[in-house]
Design a protein around this ligand. Structure first.
Ligand code: CP3
Length: 350
């Protein structure tokens, strides 16, 4: 299993063809996903029922020859386990019943025990590993402290997360208290996923790119580095490759590569070649096709896939992915075409 092309690429070892998986590969663009979610009753119920979470995790793998599975869950399970009360409604998106904005509210937050408070996630990881029969590796994941704090403070999605930024600027000590407890929670959660069977781990720092450079270093990067270090000292997680995806944070690639992670996820606003020149062969790179390409013609999908592969070049250490999640309005056949194109265009002898 450790020889699977996805894990080899994360270790920057030669592969027979470039491994590919897709962010949000289990999701609303698949009719079978929508059917299972309807059976569960809600998105949150789907996440909290290990058998159904396992079922939707495997759905895209039954359709496409993907090289990795990703746990079906959400980054917002941690704040939910801290007592914030998560709901996710169609067209509204995620929302918390309670927010945390004051020093007193933040002081009350504790680190959830993954095997008790997030048991449903660990059970899903164990079940998925069993059902995968080592066909492909399983990726576990969590949100970054900054990205989770954005939702915990705002209570819902936002285009600017101005309330989170205002707290960071007005009362940095309180913001650091929040980020500290969330970072310890994320590290414990990821370590528990590794112990339960996750074979790679990914941290989604979706809103890191909203921060000005100094604020990115203080309020996002610092906590990503803490998590990477904590995992390196953990028995189950120390040999599990960690992928950091700080969307829109291309100004900070060198610093992100210095955290000790195995790979960086990249959005489509930088070429893989330019990124590789900057980080050298310290880390593998994952990405970075613009998700909008899946709305274009078959020819455009193939030629853009070819361009992404050529941008990275003939080196070890590339995992093909989109630069962000696949959108709900994509025709699943287009994704099949992309996966086949990546495999065909990257086939090589090793
Ligand atoms: O990639 C996968 O297939 C694994 C599952 C996964 C989901 N969310 C399922 C989901 C993963 C890895 C996530 C991570 C996540 N969740 C992130 C980071 C990645 C990113 O996209 O930037 C963020 C920011 C969230 C928070 C969140 N959860 C949002 C913004 C939404 C709404 C999305 C939308 O487009 O409306 C969710 C809900 C959610 N998480 C859905 C899915 C499939 C859709 C909700 C539904 O099916 O009803």
């Amino acid at each position: 299993m450790s020889d699977h092309r996805f894990l080899r690429a994360l270790r920057r070892q030669p592969v027979d063809r470039t491994p590919v998986w897709i962010m949000r590969q289990a999701g609303r663009y698949l009719p079978e996903y929508r059917a299972t979610r309807a059976r569960a009753g809600s998105f949150v119920a789907l996440c909290k029922t290990p058998e159904l979470a396992c079922e939707v995790t495997l759905q895209p793998l039954a359709r496409f020859p993907l090289d990795a599975a990703i746990l079906f869950s959400d980054i917002l399970t941690i704040p939910d386990a801290m007592g914030l009360g998560l709901s996710v409604e169609e067209k509204v998106g995620p929302r918390f019943a309670r927010t945390v904005r004051t020093r007193a509210e933040i002081a009350k937050l504790g680190v959830p025990d993954p095997e008790a408070d997030l048991r449903y996630v660990m059970d899903a990881v164990r079940l998925i590993r069993r059902e995968l029969h080592d066909k492909v590796p399983l990726i576990g994941f969590a949100g970054s402290p900054w990205t989770l704090a954005c939702y915990m403070i705002e209570g819902e999605g936002s285009s600017s997360f101005a309330k989170a930024k205002a707290l960071a600027l007005d009362d940095a000590a309180t913001m650091h208290r929040l980020l500290g407890v969330v970072a310890r929670s994320v590290a414990a959660y990821l370590a528990a996923q590794a112990a339960a069977g996750a074979q790679a781990l990914m941290v989604f720092d979706t809103w890191g790119g909203l921060l000005a450079p100094d604020m990115f270093r203080d309020f996002s990067l610092r906590y990503l580095a803490q998590i990477a270090q904590s995992l390196q000292g953990d028995k189950a997680a120390k040999n599990i490759p960690l992928i950091l995806f700080s969307k829109g944070a291309n100004a900070h690639l060198e610093a992100l590569a210095d955290t000790g992670c195995a790979a960086l996820g990249l959005d489509w606003t930088i070429s893989l070649g330019a990124a590789r020149t900057r980080v050298g062969d310290r880390v593998a790179l994952q990405g970075n096709l613009d998700p909008a390409v899946l709305h274009a013609s078959s020819d455009a999908i193939r030629s853009e896939a070819k361009r992404v592969l050529a941008d990275f070049g003939p080196h070890p250490g590339h995992v093909f992915n989109l630069g962000h999640g696949i959108t709900p309005d994509v025709d699943p056949e287009r994704l099949g075409l992309l996966v086949d194109a990546v495999h065909a265009l990257s086939a090589r002898s090793i």
